[in-house]
Write a protein that binds this ligand. Structure first.
Ligand SMILES: [Zn+2]
Length: 138
């Protein structure tokens, strides 16, 4: 595991394995999700993989009625919007993810600050296979 480069490709491979991973700077302790090969705080390059607990709270969100083609292919449209949010992980890092398990047609009922747990959405097959990061209420 430690052999993998700190890249988006490694990050997505870990998602496919249902692990939300980031890189931690061994020099100053800064933590990055998705991982960075270089610390933006101290410019250190001595990074180590750390698996998050996959828990956090909703920091901000938006409900999207007109999404990209792959979301339209999943059946989301004006009548069936989906929710995209920013999740603040317990590790103190913010990640953008799909928010599942909430009613995107009633954004007024979705509360910022609700506790969330990670979900991994596997979509497509073969070369088209991709895993999307999502969170849902506990
Ligand atoms: Zn650092």
């Amino acid at each position: 595991m430690e052999e993998r480069p700190f890249s988006d490709i490694s990050y997505e491979q870990f998602l496919e394995e249902e692990r939300l991973m980031g890189s931690r700077c061994k020099t100053c302790g800064a933590f990055f999700v998705p991982p960075r090969p270089l610390c933006i705080r101290c410019h250190g390059t001595d990074m180590v993989w750390v698996e998050t607990e996959g828990r956090g709270k909703l920091s901000a969100f938006t409900c999207i009625a007109v999404g990209p083609p792959f979301m339209i292919a999943e059946g989301y449209d004006r009548k069936h919007p989906y929710c995209s949010g920013v999740v603040e992980l317990d590790e103190g890092v913010r990640v953008v993810a799909r928010i599942e398990g909430v009613d995107a047609t009633k954004p007024e009922d979705i509360e910022v600050g609700i506790p969330l747990t990670v979900r991994f959405l596997h979509r497509g097959e073969g070369n088209q296979r991709k895993t999307y990061l999502a969170f849902a209420p506990l």
